[in-house]
Each structure stands twice: as C-alpha cells, then as structure tokens.
Design a protein around this ligand. Structure first.
Ligand SMILES: Nc1nc2c(ncn2[C@@H]2O[C@H](COP(=O)(O)OP(=O)(O)O)[C@@H](O)[C@H]2O)c(=O)[nH]1
Ligand SMILES: [Mg+2]
Length: 456
C-alpha cells in the first residue's frame, strides 16, 4: 500500500466535551510515537499528552491505535481524543501534517474502507445515511444497510443468476443432448422465481429510498383556511404565525417532521388569492414555486365555506397534473351539524390524483392522525416494525435495469437463443454489481464520496 497518510477532525465543528482527530495511513507507528510521546499498544486506550514539534504539550487526552488491517479503513488508524476545542484540534491536525500527513478529502476514510474491502459500496453509502438520517426509522434502515442486509439481497440475486448461467453454458457445450428440453423448463422456472425475488427487493429498496430522500409536502389554500395552524399542529410547535388576518403568511415556512418514521418537510405558504399587495404577491410566487417542487400537496379549504367544491376546483387549477394531492377540509370544529362533517363527493378536475377528502381541525387536533396516515399512504410509504434497509435512487435504478435484462433474457429463452440469453444474464449480473460496487465507474465513486463530510 502506497496510500498517503490522511488526517482530519472527526467530530463536528465547534466546542464540545471531546474532540477527535483521526489519522489513517499505511504505517503510523512512528507518527503515533512522535505525537503521543510513547509507543502505543493496538486497541488499548492510552492516556497521554499530545506533543508538538518542540515537545510542547498541545493537550492531554486518550490515544487509540488500530493496526492494519483491523481498522475502519483497513490501514493503520490513529485516533486522538482531545478536549473538544477547535484550536487544540487544529493544532493536532497541523502536527500530523508536519509529520507527513495531508488533509483528508470528504469521505476519504470511508472511501479507503471501501477500496480496502472493509465495506462494499452500499455499506459505505449507509455510513453517510446514518449520519444524515432525519428520523429514527431512517437511521435504523441505514444501520441495516451498513450491517450488510441490502448487500445480502444483492448477493442472493447474483447467486441465482450464476446458477442460471451455468445451466446455459452446459447446454451450449452439448447442444444435441436430449435433456435439453427438460432443462429449459427448469431454466424458465428459475428465471421466473429470480424475477419475483428481484421485484420484492425493488419494492423494499423503494421504501428504503423514501426513508433516505424523505418527501416534500406543500400546504396550499386560500388565505385564512388554517394552513399555518395545520403546520403548527403537524410540527407540534408554533413554527408559523397564525392570525385571523388574511394574508399573514408571506414567506414560505418549513418544518421537518417524522410521519410514522418517514422524513417529511412540510412547507406552509402564502394563501392563493388575487392581491395588489406587492409583498404578498412575492409570497404567492413562492407558493407556486413550492408547489412545483413538492411531492404531495395538501389542498386546504374551510369546511364551513359555502362553496367548498368551487374552492377546491379553483385550487386544483394551480396544481401540475402529475402532482398528487389530498383535499383537507379544516375547521370541522366550527360545524354544528354532524352530517356536515361527512365527506361529500366532490368532482375533481384531475380526480385520479386526489387520494382523499379529509375532515380535520387544526385547532382541536381532530383528524390529524388520519391525515398523517393518508400522507404516508399517498406516497406509498409503509411503516414496518422490522424495518427495511436504506437505499438510494441509483440503487433502485440499477435494480430496474436488472429487471429489463431479465425480461430480455426470458424472450431469448422463449426463442431458444441461448447465447443471447446468457448475455442478458451477464448484463443483469453486472447491473446488480453496480449497486455493491463490484462494477463501478471511478466518476461515480468520486460523486458518492464527495458528498460525505470531512473526517468521515
Ligand atoms: N375554529 C377553528 N379555527 C381555526 C382552525 N384552524 C385555523 N383556525 C383559525 O383561522 C384563522 C386563520 O388561521 P391561519 O392558520 O393563520 O390560516 P392561513 O392563512 O391559512 O395560514 C386563525 O384565526 C386561526 O386561529 C380550526 O381548525 N378551527
Ligand atoms: Mg398562514
């Protein structure tokens, strides 16, 4: 290994109880001895004084040394646990650089772990996903990916494909055999069951992607229907100003909330209406921009309005055709007649996209739980107790590519074009390999690791 020695502060910027500087390289024994003033025993926490070039004391702390390959990166790793002072930590980094290290790039420690075979690519991505997780469910899913759960599914699919390829290769070698027909039936069955297994992994990965990406939900409606009140009710705190004055909200106000474990960013907006107020006009432009950017819209109307159907039809005109929406009738606490709260059939301009018609009260909290469930359902999120693994768009894309190769393979098998069949199986295998990093272009690696934070 000729890799350069890298160093970075591993703890977040700012002051804290403890701050950690991490060093990784092919041989760190002499660097460790220089800083710590004594030889370190691998994996034993050593209380020592960290020393500068003139033997001056930089700080008093704990040193941990991991000997290659039994370390996170697979190289020698030195961790200096100092006091959480940015000045001290920077001095330690400078000291390591004096001794031959250089600043680590974002994600470089994890990239080395991947290149040294300590983690496959889905596991390396899971490291970043744990750090970035917005909800506990998302964090747990990422931990499952890190522990190899996603990779295991990929491996199982690849093993199935290998068995199929072995069959074809045998058949290609002895084309005149009588067993051929029976064998082909078997191949057909195996291909079908592999396809079913792949579809189940795609469904799980789609859930994992939802947990990783989260969704954006825009609250849209006329002024005073209770959008800001609903945002506050969903967030469980007063993030937006609520007043009886129409046109209170001008800026978009955002709140991140866990909806049954799904990370959701709710965006409260200026109410849609014709106005001459120049500030409110800008607010309404921002409302339209937020709508264009959203995964789901909650269309709010006042349940007491005499023209609910017309109000909704007007709002629906503002939505792009592809945007899913839930109609929410707010302020049901103001209705005296119980029958009025029942959902009436409202004719929607693009009704196929409107999934519900929910009565709620942002004031009393009635119906909010049902609304949360409806939001999860509208984007296809299923909260599972056992949970899923975390996944990203690129994984789902690669899985879908695998599916197209398997479908193409099936066609070739039907036409007994066995060489083409084998080729599609090879391509399917390769698409799966892109996920775990078995077959991955360098620029993709660069892109993945550059999004990590420094020191990870
Ligand atoms: N009775 C009742 N009043 C509500 C409810 N939701 C909002 N309001 C009131 O309606 C007014 C406008 O609310 P606000 O959230 O500012 O509406 P926005 O303009 O759509 O953001 C305020 O006086 C709220 O207290 C509700 O569910 N029931
Ligand atoms: Mg408002």
């Amino acid at each position: 290994m000729s890799a350069e020695t890298i160093v970075a502060i591993a703890t977040p910027p700012g002051r804290g109880g403890v701050g950690i500087v991490r060093v990784s390289g092919s041989s760190l024994e002499s660097l460790a001895t220089s800083i710590c003033g004594k030889a370190l025993i691998a994996r034993i926490a050593t209380h020592t004084q960290f020393r500068g070039a003139n033997n001056d004391i930089i700080d008093d702390g704990i040193a941990l040394f991991f000997k290659a390959p039994a370390s996170f990166t697979g190289e020698d790793v030195l961790e200096l646990h100092a006091h959480g002072s940015p000045i001290v930590l920077q001095a330690l980094v400078r000291r390591a650089i004096e001794l031959g290290a250089r600043h680590a790039e974002p994600g470089e420690f994890t990239k080395r772990a991947y290149l040294n075979g300590k983690l496959d690519l889905t596991q390396a991505e899971a490291v970043a996903d744990i750090i970035d997780a917005a909800t506990e469910s998302a964090a747990r899913a990422a931990v499952r990916s890190l522990s190899g759960e996603f990779s295991k599914h990929i491996q199982t699919l690849q093993d199935r494909l290998i068995r199929l390829r072995m069959f074809v290769e045998a058949t290609l070698d002895f084309p005149e055999e009588d067993v051929e027909f029976i064998e082909q039936e078997k191949a057909r069955e195996q291909l079908a069951s592999t396809r079913a297994a792949l579809e189940s992994v795609i469904a799980q990965a789609a859930q994992g992607q939802l947990l990783h990406d989260g969704i954006r939900v825009v609250l849209a409606g006329a002024p005073n229907v209770g959008k800001s009140s609903l945002l506050n009710a969903l967030a469980g705190e007063d993030v937006a100003i609520v007043t009886p004055i129409a046109g209170t909200t001008r800026d978009t106000v955002r709140a991140r909330v866990s909806v049954n474990g799904l990370p959701v960013e709710f965006i409260d907006t200026a109410g849609l209406r014709d106005t001459d107020d120049p500030v409110e006009k800008i607010g309404i432009e921002r409302t339209r921009a937020a709508i264009a950017d959203a995964d789901l819209a909650l269309l709010l109307v006042d349940a007491k309005s005499a023209s609910v159907a017309a109000d909704i039809a007007k709002l629906a005109e503002e939505l792009p055709n592809s945007l899913r929406a839930i109609i929410v009738r707010n302020k049901i606490d103001t209705l005296s007649n119980r029958r009025e709260t029942e959902t009436s059939d409202i004719d929607m301009p693009h009704s196929s996209l409107v999934t519900r018609n929910l009565p709620i009260s942002a004031k009393t909290g009635a119906g909010i739980e049902t609304l949360r469930n409806a939001i999860a359902q509208a984007v296809g999120y299923e909260h599972r107790e056992g949970g899923t693994f975390s996944a990203r768009e690129r994984h789902v894309t690669a899985l879908k590519k695998t599916l197209t190769h398997i479908d193409a393979a099936k066609q070739h098998l039907d036409h007994i074009a066995l060489e083409l069949f084998a080729e599609e199986l090879r391509l399917a295998h390769e698409s799966l390999g892109e996920i775990t990093g078995e077959f991955t272009a360098d620029d993709l690696l660069g892109e993945i690791f550059s999004r990590f934070c420094i020191g990870k």
